[in-house]
Design a protein around this ligand. Structure first.
Ligand code: FES
Length: 95
C-alpha cells in the first residue's frame, strides 16, 4: 500500500492505488479546498508534490490548462483532484 505524507503537518496516511490525492487528503482529515468538486476547473486543490511525482498519473490536458492559469505554480505543481496515486509513496506539500 502506498503511503501519503502530508507537509507541513507531517502526517502520514495509507492510500490506495488509483485514489486521487484529494480523496486521500480528505480521508486523512486534512483541510484542502476543492471548490469545483474535482472537475479540474477551480484550481483550489493546487498542491506541490515533494516526492513520488513519477508514481502519479500523468497530467492531462484539463489539469495542464488549469495549472497554467494559476499564479505560483512550479514544476512540481499538481491538482490534487486529478493526480491519482500509484504504487509508490508520495509526499505532498499543502499551500
Ligand atoms: S477541486 Fe477544483 S481543480 Fe481540483
Amino acid at each position: 500500500m502506498p503511503m501519503l505524507t502530508i507537509q507541513p503537518s507531517g502526517k502520514t496516511v495509507q492510500a490506495a492505488e488509483g485514489m486521487s490525492i484529494l480523496e486521500a487528503l480528505l480521508a486523512a482529515g486534512e483541510p484542502i479546498a476543492h471548490k469545483c468538486e474535482a472537475k479540474a476547473e477551480c484550481g483550489s486543490c493546487h498542491i506541490f508534490v515533494v516526492e513520488g511525482r513519477k508514481t502519479l498519473s500523468k497530467t492531462q490536458r484539463a489539469e495542464n490548462e488549469r495549472l497554467d492559469a494559476i499564479v505560483g505554480v512550479s514544476s512540481n505543481s499538481r491538482l490534487a483532484c486529478q493526480a491519482k496515486i500509484g504504487t509508490e509513496n508520495v509526499t505532498v506539500e499543502l499551500l
